[in-house]
Design a protein around this ligand. Structure first.
Ligand code: ARG
Length: 576
């Protein structure tokens, strides 16, 4: 919380006590938020809960409260508007508190102290031996950002890659490899090669259904736990796939705390099944074992063991919940997985509820929409369906980088280190585009709009950072410290200052709602405010006290933008 917010709370609490509320009632109802309309004030307090505690109508209560809050050297005014009290800060106090907090990396501008939360973040989780598809890219990018956001807010975060390295899909791949695989071909381009094998299997199984029986037998052999041909093949394909994923992970700046795929739960499923049985919710149905969920409002039962004795995706997810509960004691378990798996996670949660497991409350599916690409006639279609081809993430990243490299060649041919910057900007353009809108919306994958340096894009925000860095470079002197600055010189920077003041709210909302787009929106807004400020205000050739204050403001804005980008998983180049 900022000094400004703290001050407001203290003053408001005192006023509320004179209005007859207890300290607890005051604390519980004191929610400060950015005002809907910036002309009304800098911070708004909705009086609904407080009025209720006082037994009064919100507008009347807001009016009484506003009257009891005197102006002081921080608060310029408190005025009621309907059920809200709007506060305005004195401009120099606003400048002092916001810029000092940023210069000192105080939370929320720097990492917060431990907040007591433990978040398990299940993300990326591609199926090995299958191409890393564009949906996995979304999960990777959203999850990576949420991981950074929760860490920043002081949570203990376990980023988990729940690889699809077990089960029938894997067994099919293995069967294909046993029939047609070739190690030299695989070594050349593992992902592409495995994808070809996968396609071949899907085609041949149409005329040769025996392949599926074979795959089922291989899976049984794999699940037998013996050291056999299947086990060795499994290890080999898993190692190769992981190596291949590392490339995109490195380029996206993604790391995991645990790479515990489905196979990790092989020896933990029996105990999970025993727990389901002990809870009395497991039923037999045509030789299979299921949990009926009709009473939970879900028609489809959750299948936990097939009639041939093998386990399923659900069985492993259930074992994973118990494992995570016992190992990490999470307050939240977030599954960043496409919206098409909604039923799967609804069922998982419902099984836990039916078992009366308290951990059910921690299970949260974080769904997201599809990636769409433009067709020749200007419509949008599901990305992966393009010519029935898979999407190789590395190739998309390469394409983005090549396009940015060309833009740099045209616009700034002398830029030093252009290749590195093209990589940073190209990859980030894709990431930013993915995180720009609320995650449940489909992402439109369109090169022109995502690489537009003047649009709401990654390059636009990165460019704002580079512009600020360039001013600081040209100043050729250390950035002034807050003690050296006359804050009245920043009274005309209120738009930039207020936007920076809202950073904490944006980050907190992103964490609460698993919605990095709040951080993206903040970065776009701040970049816009910076550009307008710099259009109207000179920094380097201003009078010395003004110059010092503006340089510190420039540095503060650069820090906030850089941190915002960092939380999105995006680097901020010093030059562009
Ligand atoms: N491997 C799965 C897929 O690609 C996603 C796994 C998500 N995580 C989980 N715990 N189920 O569809």
């Amino acid at each position: 919380m900022s000094e400004l917010h703290r001050h407001l709370r203290t003053v408001a609490r005192t006023a509320l006590e004179t209005l007859g509320l207890t300290a607890e009632q005051a604390d519980a109802g004191l929610r400060l938020e950015p005002p809907k309309n910036k002309d009304h004030g800098d911070v708004a307090l909705g009086a609904f809960q407080l009025a209720k505690a006082a037994g009064k109508a919100p507008p009347a209560f807001a009016a009484e409260l506003a009257q009891r809050i005197p102006a002081d050297d921080v608060i310029a005014s408190a005025t009621a508007a309907g059920p809200f009290v709007n506060f305005k800060f004195r401009r120099s106090a606003l400048a002092r508190d916001v810029v000092t907090a940023i210069a000192q990396s105080q939370a929320p501008y720097g990492p917060a102290a431990a907040n007591g939360q433990t978040v398990c973040l299940d993300f990326s989780s591609p199926n090995i031996a299958k191409p890393f598809h564009i949906g996995h890219m979304r999960s990777t990018v959203i999850g990576n950002s949420l991981r950074r956001i929760h860490r920043h807010l002081g949570a203990t975060v376990h980023g988990i890659n729940h690889l699809g390295d077990w089960g029938m899909p894997f067994a099919k791949m293995m069967t294909a490899y046993m029939h047609w695989g070739n190690e030299q071909e695989l070594a050349k381009a593992p992902m592409r090669y495995m994808f070809e094998l996968y396609k071949r299997y899907s085609n041949e199984v149409k005329t040769n259904p025996g392949l599926d029986d074979e795959a089922a037998r291989h899976f049984q052999a794999l699940e037998s736990g013996q050291d056999n041909q299947e086990r060795r093949m499994w290890q080999f394909l898993r190692d190769e796939s992981l190596k291949a994923f590392q490339g995109p992970y490195d380029r996206l700046g993604v790391t995991f705390d645990h790479i515990t795929g489905e196979s990790f739960f092989e020896d933990k499923m029996a105990a999970a099944m025993a727990r389901v049985t002990a809870a009395g919710v497991l039923e037999k149905s045509e030789g299979a074992e299921i949990v009926d969920l009709k009473a939970q409002g879900i028609k489809a039962p959750c299948l936990l063991r097939k009639s041939d004795g093998t386990t399923l995706y659900h069985t492993r997810d259930l074992a994973a919940v118990f494992y995570r509960e016992a190992t990490f004691h999470p307050t939240r378990i977030l599954y960043v997985v496409g919206a098409e798996q909604k039923l799967h996670f609804d069922q998982l949660k419902a099984v836990l509820q039916k078992m009366n497991e308290p951990i059910a409350a921690a299970v949260e599916h974080v769904p997201f929409g599809l990636v769409l690409s433009k067709t020749a006639d200007g419509n949008w279609e599901k990305f992966a369906s393009r010519a029935g081809n898979a999407v190789f993430l590395d190739e998309i990243l390469d394409e983005a980088v090549a396009k940015v490299r060309q833009i740099i060649r045209d616009k700034n041919p002398d830029l030093p280190d252009a290749d590195r910057i093209a990589e940073q900007v190209g990859v980030s353009a894709i990431v930013f585009n993915d995180l720009k809108n609320s995650r449940i919306k489909d992402v439109k994958f369109d090169w022109d709009s995502m690489l537009n340096f003047d649009g709401e894009t990654g390059p636009y925000v990165q460019y704002a950072c580079a512009r600020l860095a360039s001013i600081l470079r040209k100043a050729e002197a250390p950035v002034p410290t807050p003690e050296q600055v006359d804050w009245t010189c920043l009274e005309d920077a209120e738009r930039v200052l207020l936007t920076m003041l809202e950073f904490g709210t944006a980050v907190q909302r992103a964490a609460d709602q698993s919605e990095p787009s709040h951080v993206t929106a903040h970065a776009i807004a701040l970049a816009g405010e910076i550009h307008s400020y710099l259009r109207d205000h000179r920094v380097l050739d201003a009078e010395p006290p003004v110059r010092a204050a503006r340089l510190l403001l420039v540095d503060a804005a650069r820090r906030v933008l850089t941190t915002g980008l960092f939380l999105l998983g995006i680097p901020a180049p010093e030059r562009m």
